[in-house]
Write a new protein. Structure first.
Lengths: 124, 145, 124, 145
């Protein structure tokens, strides 16, 4: 019996990938008030490096709360300032729901998969 | 878990963000033992997490020797009630948004989110007097008696 | 991310198999003071049905405490009364350890796998 | 979790066998967050489970309105201490076996098991006065200062 409870421990891993002028921020773990500052700093650094096309991959996120939403909105505002965009990759109902309840599905570009994002980059 | 009336659990955690995940985990475990659906377990984990986040943030989030946060779980036959009590500065709950903010703000999502995930939301707070937030979620088919 | 924490909830499932005159009691879940009576009753019923060759399969047991040990010892005593035996199938170090600490590795016949048991039944 | 000194968590559960798994789960979660090895996490889960089992069984295991069990987790920099307090009948701890029984008995494995899984074991009890059992387990390389 595998015990995955250990991974429920508000640990957040962040990996970065660059595809053309897009930066993909790949999260895995939990985004809450304890781990969110790490995400905030990652986005801030990208913007400071002049990367204004950011996509946050939430596919491996097990938990996201209002603090996480706040950080994403903050990131969106930052890149908009530079005519950029901040989107999310998410196909998990449990996470999408949180965006829906808070009215944020209208605010973020939402890709249902990595392929969906890559297709849209190519198509552009 | 049938046959029990109002079984209570208490959990006290330091007012520090890094321990909120433990409260969330515990909330999820209790909810699962009550046979809430996995969706409802998620709802409860988010609600409890949001309640604890507000409690911890407004108690100073580990800045110094801060009073701990008390969490009480009351397992009823038809519902789970969770109370989160802090000894922070308190506030006037009438100022709280009923729904998510309409402009694009980075905060203010917490309480509207809690409200939409649970069946009953109550907040007792007064400036200077700490805050107690109470939520209740009913098992399916048992809503509002 | 699979969430197995749910299975850590002192739930114990018991399945029975009969191989020749051996009864295999297959456990999965956790054996503690809450769930142990279920195991005690299962063994008691087997003995009452005249089945004195019992093997308890612990391969899918995630947790076993002193109450579980007590129930197994109780079962062993019962079947010994009828010249039978009670063995265990276990290859999990985390569980074997508990038997070792309490000196019970000397008391129970321990099979390292289902195959090991079947070979010994055939060989007998 | 470095930089914290003696962070305390408290958990109160009903004196009922079916809730011991929650205490065990919580103990495991705390131990993991302290970076104990998976073996040590197992040791701590068993020890806490045994302590709670004794507390619950001797408080009447849900037979009526029984006082709850209090569990205190103290996360030190080098160790985890767990106290389990019941308000049961108490006993004379000198009567407890130091090692597993030599004849083939069905009971008496609990305390010897706890002792062999943790670094420090203490029992405060007196007939009539309830029982407090305290254990400590050190992080590797940190044993006994
Ligand atoms: N436990 C609490 N103690 C003090 N003030 C609180 C507490 N919970 C909520 N509040 C107040 O209510 C406001 C709204 O909370 P919330 O909806 O969670 O959004 P946010 O915390 O992002 O502002 C907070 O900004 C704060 O002023
Ligand atoms: N919390 C407690 N309250 C009262 N008596 C206790 C408690 N814990 C242990 N004891 C006493 O110590 C004895 C030995 O405990 P233990 O080694 O766990 O074995 P067992 O519980 O199987 O007898 C018990 O039989 C009981 O008399």
């Amino acid at each position: 019996m595998v015990d995955n409870e250990v991974r429920e421990g508000s640990e957040l891993d962040i990996a970065l990938e660059h595809v053309g002028d897009h930066s993909i921020v790949v999260l895995s773990g939990e985004v809450d008030v304890y781990s969110a500052p790490k995400l905030r700093d990652t986005i801030k650094n990208l913007v400071e490096e002049g990367r204004y096309r950011i996509v946050v991959d939430l596919e491996d996120v097990a938990f996201l709360d209002s603090t996480g939403l706040g950080v994403l909105v903050g990131g969106l505002k930052r890149v908009k300032h530079h005519q950029g965009d901040l989107g999310i990759i998410c196909n998990q109902e449990r996470i999408l729901r949180i965006f829906r309840i808070t009215g944020l599905t209208k605010v973020f570009t939402i890709y249902s998969s990595r392929e969906d994002l890559l297709a849209s980059i190519k198509g552009a | 878990m049938s046959g029990d009336k109002n079984v209570a659990f208490e959990l006290e955690i330091p007012a520090n963000a890094k321990y909120i995940s433990l409260a969330r985990l515990f909330a999820g475990s209790i909810a699962r033992r009550m046979n809430f659906s996995e969706d409802s377990v998620d709802d409860l984990k988010i609600a409890v997490s949001e309640m604890c986040t507000n409690a911890v943030v407004h108690t100073g989030n580990g800045t110094a020797e801060k009073p701990p946060i008390n969490i009480r779980f009351i397992m009823g036959e038809e519902s789970l009630t969770v109370e989160v009590q802090d000894r922070g500065p308190g506030f006037d709950p009438r100022c709280v948004l009923e729904s998510p903010p309409s402009e694009l703000l980075e905060k203010g999502f917490g309480i509207p989110l809690i409200r939409s995930l649970v069946d009953v939301f109550e907040c007792q707070s007064s400036p200077g007097g700490g805050t107690k937030v109470t939520i209740t979620k009913f098992l399916p088919g048992r809503e509002r008696g």
